[in-house]
Write a protein that binds this ligand. Structure first.
Ligand code: ARG
Length: 428
């Protein structure tokens, strides 16, 4: 290895890794810091990279592209890993991996490096994505191949070499953050029975301490959010505004025991105020704009896309093709959703769409009802036909009795029942 591009956060681990890679491999180290929002860009990263011995320090502002190219397709798909995690960390990895490969090409580097440990999903995401994009690059993860130093050892290591140390105090948690969410693990959270202490949260107030509820309106075009309370905003501005509002009302806390790709169950806390609100709003508009069959199929696609992203398979053909389906199906998902931010809850209170499939004249129970009630009889006759045939042949299927399903146990005699007759008597 002659020259390596290191994904560099500017934290203690990766600062030590700059020096460690130079000393261990005699390699020139170029750092790459990708700003994906959420406080991921620390001030003075370039200077710190230099103090650690980097020959060059790239800093890339990828915030808008992170949203439009990585987050939006998953919002459009309603993709949540195991139905809960909006995938913030997982979505940033392929973007960073792609930039690592591009900087490696520009710099003529033969390797890339990242600060992931050997137990998590992120190492898999980086390694797999880099090798899909450029199989000739070596991928080194210092934490996985011997750098493993304790925090105290890292501080000593840095001091001995004159590496600037970030002045943040030691957090009891392992944290990753970007515009789409904040992921918190380890420490007391490793006991899934322990309630998350207050110091876990930085973006959301305690729901009980939230101010009076407010209502906001999110506008969508083609399944993508484009406005807040009628004001058109670029992706970054919109997410930052929704983030502030939702966080101030305690919305977006997620407590999840999730299944990592490497086979471990892990307790994770997420703060995802913008993602929570925008997912709820998107589902509401989509519910008006898409057919029953499309909505049902989309749930399968959502699960698959979430799994592929979680498992680091962004640059696979299946991922690309599912994104293609999502983009196509979302063309008609335009409209607005009203959300009340109420003490930790994002409560959907209304939705509308110019392309709505909802037809009030069909839905109404008022006099102007356009639905043909009489034709329901024929519809049910045909729809229920297979079940009537089956019940006639085998009996209607109710309860499981030993080895067979049957409809043998009367309910009426088993339930407390009163019967009134014209004499007013009530029999039990
Ligand atoms: N469990 C999440 C994921 O795999 C978040 C991992 C974030 N890393 C961290 N150091 N907290 O996407």
């Amino acid at each position: 290895m002659k020259k390596v591009v290191l994904a560099y956060s500017g934290g203690l681990d990766t600062s030590v890794a700059v020096a460690w890679l130079r000393e261990q491999f005699g390699a020139e180290v170029v750092t790459l810091t990708v700003d994906v929002g959420g406080g991921s860009l620390r001030t003075g990263v370039e200077a710190r990279a230099m103090s650690a011995g980097a020959s060059r320090a790239y800093v890339v502002d990828a915030r808008e592209r992170f949203l439009t190219d990585f987050v939006w397709p998953h919002l459009q798909a309603n993709a949540l890993y195991q139905g809960a995690y909006p995938l913030a960390t997982a979505l940033a990895r392929p973007l960073i991996a792609q930039l690592l490969c591009e900087v490696a090409a520009r710099e003529g580097a033969d390797a890339v490096a990242h600060g992931c440990t050997g137990k998590g999903n992120d190492q898999v995401r980086f390694d797999v994505a880099v090798h899909a994009l450029n199989p000739s690059l070596e991928v080194v993860a210092p934490m996985r191949v011997g750098m493993g130093l304790s925090r105290e050892q890292e501080i000593d290591y840095a001091n001995e070499r004159g590496i600037e140390i970030p002045i943040t105090k030691a957090s009891p948690y392992s944290i990753d953050a970007n515009l789409w969410g904040r992921s918190i693990e380890t420490g007391v959270l490793e006991d899934p029975w322990v309630a998350p202490p207050a110091d876990v949260y930085e973006w959301t107030v305690a729901p009980g301490a939230a101010p009076e509820p407010v209502e906001i309106a999110i506008g969508f075009e083609g399944g993508v959010p484009v406005s807040l309370d009628g004001e058109r905003l670029p992706a970054l501005g919109l997410v930052e505004r929704v983030h502030q509002l939702a966080g101030a009302h305690g919305v977006g806390r997620i407590d999840h025991v999730e299944d990592r790709l490497v086979g471990i169950k892990s307790r994770e806390i997420y703060e995802a105020p913008a993602a929570t609100v925008l997912h709820a709003a998107h589902r509401a508009v989509e519910g008006l704009a898409l057919s029953k069959d499309t909505l049902r199929f989309n749930r399968l696609v959502a699960d698959e896309l979430a799994r592929l992203t979680y498992d680091g398979l962004w640059f696979s053909a299946l991922h690309r093709d599912l994104r293609g389906y999502v983009a196509s199906s979302q063309r008609v998902v335009s409209g607005d959703a009203r959300i009340r931010l109420d003490h930790g809850n994002a409560v959907l209170v209304g939705r509308r769409s110019p392309l709505s499939l909802y037809d009030r004249s069909l839905a109404t129970y008022d006099a102007d009802d356009a639905f043909d009630h009489a034709s329901a009889v024929g519809f049910i006759e045909i729809f229920g036909l297979p079940l009537r045939v089956e019940a006639a042949r085998h009996g209607a299927v109710g309860k499981f009795h030993g080895a067979a399903w049957s409809w043998t146990e009367p309910l009426l005699d088993a339930l407390p029942t009163t019967v009134a007759d014209p004499a007013g008597a009530v029999a039990g």
